[in-house]
Design a protein around this ligand. Structure first.
Ligand code: SF4
Ligand code: FES
Length: 378
């Protein structure tokens, strides 16, 4: 799995580059998808190294660039990176909690050419927003939303949904309308990173989901195009998995703060992948020839039932990280699929969550990260 291969003419370009500038973050969200070992991952890429990554990615054909984290605003060189991205012709998106986006900084990022901002909220109420992020950030986020509008950026608001805030979905939509969001992404929790640790606390009921989806549909009819509502269904409650990353090594390339290149932002958790570093290899080598990017590319890796399934071109066998987390083997069919012989494990996770809520909720923090991972990252 870890070996390098010859480039294949069938490999298209990485259209979407996710630059995870830092895992540092002032918030402590219980559903954060960053790796739980984040505090063990240091040695962030320098400005010059990121510029080099962006130049190589653009040369390979990447067109969309997301600056994310952690909190990317913690990087003092963000304006410089945005300016370089603009010069290279990327369409840029800042994915932020809002902490650090003062009017002055927003102006500088606007001047540097930032195209788009995605602002996260935890809830429509101060109590839950501040509880879930373990910070007092609710009012700050409202101010930042106005700052984003003042700069004339299109605003995507993002709110991760789970059993605590699903009953507030109407209020969350109202808040997005009040703040002038053009898009509202209501993304039900995907269970990776800290969300996997806290999944029993976050797991909704099917009734909650059905109700929330009905509310979203009513709003869609009422508000039309004033604000586009995206409702991302949690796949634990589906019979088919999501087409994760649109297929492994197909269009998505993520670079972690320490320079590891990954086909998805959770790939660090998969054993035996030997993720390549942009400090040691060119992006073209990594994308086309590395064992990590070729491990689950295309269909040759598939086992039954995916291998002979007529739906494999649609969902690519689902999510490798989910297959590993739940079945112990990343090459298995994603157990969310009802055709998977291990589908019952997903049903059990949903069924047994309420009885397991005596386990304490874990807020993301450096201290918890070090407790969970006593050894430095390899
Ligand atoms: Fe998708 Fe595999 Fe399920 Fe077929 S068996 S629907 S390819 S996950
Ligand atoms: Fe890693 Fe789906 S999150 S493949």
């Amino acid at each position: 799995m870890a070996g390098w291969t010859e480039p294949s003419h069938r490999t298209g370009p990485p259209l979407w580059l996710l630059a995870e500038l830092t895992y540092r973050c002032p918030l402590h969200c219980v559903f954060c998808y960053n790796p739980t070992r984040h505090a063990r991952i240091t040695q962030e890429l320098s400005t010059a190294e990121w510029v080099n990554v962006m130049q190589q990615a653009r040369a390979l054909g990447a067109a969309q660039l997301g600056f994310s984290g952690g909190e990317p605003l913690l990087r003092d060189d963000l304006e410089e990176l945005v300016a370089e991205a603009r010069r290279l012709g990327f369409y840029t998106n800042l994915i932020t909690s809002g902490v650090g986006l003062t009017p002055a900084r927003a102006q500088r990022l606007h001047d540097a050419g930032l195209d788009h901002v995605q602002l996260s909220f935890q809830d429509s109420t101060r109590e839950l927003n501040d509880f879930l992020s373990h910070t007092r950030t609710f009012e700050l986020k409202q101010r930042v939303a106005r700052t984003i509008k003042d700069q004339g950026w299109p605003m995507v608001m993002n709110c991760v949904l789970h059993r605590h805030n699903l009953p507030h979905v109407d209020k969350i939509i109202e808040m997005a309308l009040d703040l002038g969001a053009e898009y509202l992404e209501l993304a039900n929790t995907q269970y990776y990173g800290w969300a996997w640790v806290n999944r029993d606390h976050l797991m909704p009921t099917r009734e909650q989901l059905l109700h929330a989806e009905a509310v979203v549909n009513q709003y869609r009819e009422r508000i039309g195009n004033r604000c586009r509502l995206l409702f991302v269904v949690p796949d634990y409650f589906e019979d088919r998995p999501k087409a994760c990353m649109n297929g492994w090594g197909s269009v998505f390339l993520s670079v972690a703060p320490d320079g590891l290149a990954m086909p998805c932002h959770n790939a660090r958790e998969l054993p035996g992948l030997a993720l390549p570093s942009v400090r040691e290899h060119t992006l073209a080598e990594i994308w086309q020839r590395s064992g990590a990017f070729n491990a689950f590319r295309g269909e040759d890796w598939m086992r039954e039932p995916c291998r002979s399934c007529h739906e494999r071109h649609k969902d690519f066998g689902g999510c490798r990280c989910q297959a590993f987390q739940i079945t112990g083997d990343a090459a298995n069919t994603d157990p969310v699929c009802s055709k998977s012989p291990q589908h019952e494990r997903v049903l059990r996770l949903v069924r047994e969550a309420p009885a397991r809520r005596h386990i304490p909720i874990v807020f993301r923090s450096d201290a918890e990260s070090r407790l969970l991972h006593p050894e430095p990252a390899p």
